[in-house]
Design a protein around this ligand. Structure first.
Ligand SMILES: [Zn+2]
Ligand SMILES: [Zn+2]
Length: 249
């Protein structure tokens, strides 16, 4: 499998070029996208023909994780005749949110085939997609993507997550863990449902992940200080990912 980082930003940023969360996972000429946050659509078009995606998988209904479904919907509707359709796996209510943005009932459904997510494993083409609820928004998921039917290493993606232990059900030793570290070296303020470096480092060490990819760093936090805070707990490979990165998994 290969991971292409389309966007790795948080909800807002002063970092020029920051793009909302979006990750393309490809294998055998098939691809899934995990999240499609603000500004991710141009990166997607340049990385993969969007109409040929096996699906867009949305972790939760915060706009920095799904709002570029609007340009995707327009692209599918207006760049092709007849218009095309892509499957979206998402928490319940995403169609209502997208329709509301456009004040048009049926707006999303004209080009997006929406399937409500639930916990468990489903096979999508050459991928197994496991979903587990995590503490964040009212219905938020973390995911594990792996080669269908394989016991080999996979990619675990936290989405946004306020409780590191929620990810343990997904992680197997040797996996790549792509995890939010919104509050950098920490600490996470009370009530904020996000993670910080020390918490992520401890999780990575205790689950024996093969490598650790950090993302979703909020404005005002320093990447190097964040990595140092992770290394105090985790001795393995750790780095931030940024838009344009391509990694073999
Ligand atoms: Zn977010
Ligand atoms: Zn969120």
């Amino acid at each position: 499998m290969e991971l292409t980082v389309l966007g790795a930003g948080p909800a807002y940023s002063d970092r020029v070029g920051s793009i909302g969360a979006s990750y393309l996972v490809s294998r055998e000429s098939a691809a899934l996208v995990l999240d499609l946050g603000q500004g991710a659509f141009p990166s997607l078009v340049n990385a993969w023909e969007p109409s040929e995606l096996l699906g867009v998988v949305v972790s939760h209904l915060h706009p920095d994780h799904f709002v570029d479904l609007v340009p995707l919907r327009h692209y599918l509707r207006y760049e092709f005749s007849p218009s095309r359709c892509v499957t979206v796996y998402a928490p319940a209510g995403i169609d209502r949110r997208l329709d509301g943005l456009h004040d048009e009932p049926g707006f999303a459904g004209q080009a997006l085939d929406i399937i409500e997510l639930s916990e468990g494993v489903r096979t999508i083409g050459p991928f197994d997609l496991a979903a587990a609820l995590v503490t964040h928004d009212s219905e938020s998921y973390g995911f594990r993507v792996s080669a269908a039917g394989s016991s080999g290493p996979g990619l675990v993606y936290s989405g946004d997550c306020g409780r590191a232990d929620d990810l343990r059900a997904l992680i197997r030793p040797g996996d790549t863990l792509l995890v939010e570290v919104a509050f950098g070296p920490g600490p996470v303020p009370p009530g904020a449902q996000h993670l910080d470096g020390p918490t992520v480092g401890a999780l990575a060490a205790s689950t024996a992940v093969g490598s650790l990819l950090l993302t979703h760093l909020q404005m005002g936090f320093d990447p190097d200080e964040t990595i140092e805070s992770v290394r105090e707990r985790f001795g393995g490979n750790v780095r931030f990912v940024w838009p344009g990165d391509r990694l073999e998994l």
